[in-house]
Design a protein around this ligand. Structure first.
Ligand SMILES: NC(=O)C1=CN([C@@H]2O[C@H](COP(=O)(O)OP(=O)(O)OC[C@H]3O[C@@H](n4cnc5c(N)ncnc54)[C@H](O)[C@@H]3O)[C@@H](O)[C@H]2O)C=CC1
Ligand SMILES: O=C(O)C1=NCCCC1
Length: 320
């Protein structure tokens, strides 16, 4: 059995490839060329811990795959004496003709990259492509997702200012210092509070485990775009309901969002899937309208990126 470990995935998987794989997966979702159901969640009693199974099938020449991700979210891992990521995963990919397992691929880096890439795809099609300003990026939550969003978005869209806020301020401060040093810049700025971080921002990313809203409507400037990534019990708890009431909501998959975002009144404000915007079957929002991308994470994104990693691994060049 082929196992492709985390360090190999980190070595061969570049952000551009992940972006294209996720963009393709989103398109195929909206064309009906996928099969995926809401993930199963095994909640471990008396803890905040959960194990999810995410099976999917994606029909595509370059990124098509039949696979299943097994993912855990143990939010207290970061507080261990030897800290570990909260989210850990492995992805199985199977031969489409025989059903035989082809490989197990470490899925933690894939999950990290593909989640940020999904936000980046949404930001490109809902915001950047409409000549909107990429001046200030606000990141709330500076864990694994906050970090990758800060780095990937600056790389792809060139934000000259990236604001970072975290519940424990020291963590945001440390990340700003680290990234300024890494990229030899002073673009990364630490913020004392979430309101200061958000006010005047063009694009906002929320990537926390907060059970309560950390974004208020009155702080958001007209026409801003929000990527809501984090989840506690619900996938919509980070934004105040007034934000949803005054914005256009886009998702990665209507089918899975209806299950996992039940409790939010989707009928009122759900415009549709990002894939439909990419495919040109769903119009973009008026310029001054706030847009939200609530990406809950899709099995077919994992399948697409796992297929890319499998192919890259098998290229003779890498094996030598
Ligand atoms: N939508 C998707 O596809 C995915 C979503 N996620 C979700 O994104 C979120 C972030 O994930 P990671 O960065 O991997 O986790 P992480 O553990 O590395 O970071 C979580 C951050 O949230 C902050 N936080 C925790 N509780 C908070 C609270 N009550 N108020 C404000 N901030 C709080 C922590 O200080 C930490 O910086 C999680 O909710 C996770 O479940 C993760 C992967 C994929
Ligand atoms: O899509 C995923 O993968 C995850 N989504 C929410 C929480 C952990 C992993």
């Amino acid at each position: 059995m082929l196992y492709i470990d985390e360090s190999t995935v980190k070595d061969i998987l570049k952000w551009e490839k992940t972006f294209t794989a996720v963009e393709t997966a989103m398109q195929r979702v909206s064309e009906g060329r996928i099969v995926q159901k809401p993930r199963t969640m095994t909640f471990i009693p008396n803890t905040a811990n959960v194990m999810g199974t995410m099976p999917g099938y994606l029909d595509d020449k370059e990124f098509g795959a039949l696979g299943c991700k097994l993912v855990t979210s143990f939010p207290n891992n970061a507080k261990l004496e030897n800290p570990l990521p909260s989210v850990n995963a492995n992805i199985m990919i199977l031969d489409e003709k025989t059903g035989i397992m082809k490989a197990v691929i470490a899925g933690t880096e894939i999950t990290t990259q593909r989640t940020s890439a999904a936000s980046a795809v949404a930001t490109k099609y809902l915001y950047v492509n409409h000549s909107k300003q990429c001046g200030v990026l606000a990141i709330l939550g500076t864990g694994v997702q906050g970090r990758i969003h800060a780095e990937m978005f600056r790389h792809l869209f060139g934000f000259p200012e990236v604001r970072l806020w975290n519940r424990s301020k020291e963590k945001a401060k440390r990340l700003a210092e680290e990234l300024n040093k890494k990229y030899n810049t002073n673009a990364f700025r630490y913020c004392e509070d979430n309101e200061t971080c958000i006010k005047g921002a063009d694009v906002i990313v929320t990537a926390t485990n907060s059970p309560d809203p950390i974004v208020q409507r009155s702080w958001i400037k007209p026409g801003a775009h929000i990527n809501a990534v984090g989840a506690n019990r619900h996938h919509f708890n980070e934004l105040d309901r007034e934000v949803y009431r005054n914005a256009d909501l886009f998702v990665d998959s209507i089918e899975t969002s209806q299950a996992e975002m039940a409790g939010l009144n989707l009928d009122d404000n759900l415009k549709g899937e990002v894939g439909a915007v990419i495919n040109g079957t769903l119009p973009v929002s008026p310029r001054e309208r706030i847009t939200i991308f609530n990406g809950i994470g899709m099995a077919v994104e994992d399948c697409a990126v796992a297929r890319a990693v499998y192919d890259l691994y098998n290229q003779v060049k890498y094996k030598m």
